[in-house]
Design a protein around this ligand. Structure first.
Ligand code: ADE
Ligand code: ZN
Length: 346
């Protein structure tokens, strides 16, 4: 994979952007993991930052998840969750992100004795500060871990709602293969009744059938990843006709071997099929880049021109759960930022 330094940065990136598929715990850079471990008196099983960074080579989703969950042990206090979120939001803002809907995995923390309130109040404090200081909007999406029992997901939802922290939605993440969305019907129904928006990872490593289930059984309004929809023409037709957004994460797909090389990524084919695709960074600390890095890498390797990049940016805003007024404002800013020859193209 090309490093940021090797990339052709000549294509100006569009702005503003919305980021809709971002796991906060996946923003922990090796240096931050050591810093958190130091302040919490945790001894890490790595020789140092470089040794940890060397381990960021994955054979698939599970090999990544093993390290991702292990490194979360360094998050202990509310301030840790606030600092992690603050660091991400500052980096995302520098990438042009003005609206961020962020995932967090409360079950991964309660399993280690960290209260859900500690997690969510910390994340919320950072988001409030970014709203006040940087005018960023967004929300928190709590994810159910699909490789854990559905009853645990229901407990997580109840506990998260009981914290009083405003929640935007419920998501479904973690190991996909062998863990169909159908198992999580009840918790998604409960989330809908509580007024939450619903999204689900599907079609990353799992089959197209999981995307159908996410739509029809969970009421998912967006599909996270979804790249395997291309194996099922009827599914592509439905996703395109209903403008169901797919939050695609190209650098993640390379790192987790969903595709062999970025040059093989189906992003362009997905756009050509009329799918409502946007680009996201998933777990940027682990996969070699934030949203701007993903867009630059795609522009360079997939030869996306400015019109395609602008479409991806517009799709990200349209696919967000921002208010209609906020979406209009962001789309107006995007149009004003576009080169003159593309204005009015949308
Ligand atoms: N949790 C964090 N990153 C994930 C991914 N790419 N897929 C599923 N669950 C995740
Ligand atoms: Zn993800």
């Amino acid at each position: 994979m090309p490093t940021t330094a090797e990339l052709d940065t000549s294509v100006p990136l569009p702005a503003p952007l919305a980021e809709l598929h971002l796991h906060l715990e996946g923003t922990l850079e090796p240096a931050a993991i050591f810093e958190l471990a130091g302040r919490n008196g945790i001894v890490l099983p790595y020789a140092g930052v470089d040794d940890l960074a060397e381990r960021y080579r994955f054979t698939g989703l599970q090999s990544f998840l093993d390290l991702y969950f292990a490194n979360m042990s360094t998050l202990v206090t509310q301030a840790d969750f606030e600092d992690m979120t603050r660091r991400y939001l500052l980096r995302a803002h520098a990438a042009g992100v003005r609206h961020a809907e962020v995932f967090v995995d409360p079950q991964a923390h309660t399993a280690r004795g960290i209260a859900t309130g500690t997690v969510l109040h910390g994340v919320h404090a950072a988001m409030r500060r970014a709203a006040a200081e940087l005018h960023m909007t967004g929300g928190i999406i709590v994810c159910a871990l699909r490789d854990q029992p559905p009853a645990d997901a229901m407990d997580m939802l109840d506990t998260s709602l009981a914290t009083g922290v405003p929640l935007l939605g419920l998501g479904l993440s973690s190991a996909e293969a062998g863990h169909p969305p159908a198992d999580f019907r009840e918790v998604f129904a409960a989330a809908g009744e509580a007024g939450l928006r619903r999204v689900a990872h599907a079609g990353e490593e799992g089959p197209p059938e999981y995307i159908w289930q996410a739509l029809d059984l969970l009421g998912a309004e967006r599909i996270d990843h979804g790249v395997r929809c291309l194996e099922d023409p009827a599914l592509v037709a439905r996703l395109a006709a209903e403008r169901i957004p797919l939050t695609v994460c190209p650098l993640s797909n390379v790192c987790l071997r969903v595709v062999d090389r970025l040059a093989d990524h189906p992003l362009r084919r997905m756009l050509d099929a009329g799918l409502a695709v946007c680009v996201n960074s998933d777990d940027p600390a682990y996969f070699g880049g934030y949203l701007d890095d993903n867009l630059r890498a795609c522009a360079d390797t997939l030869r996306l021109d400015r019109a395609a990049l602008d479409l991806l940016a517009a799709n990200s805003i349209a696919a967000s759960f921002a208010s209609e007024a906020r979406k209009r404002d962001l789309l107006d800013q995007l149009a004003a930022h576009a080169p003159a020859d593309l204005r009015g193209a949308r």
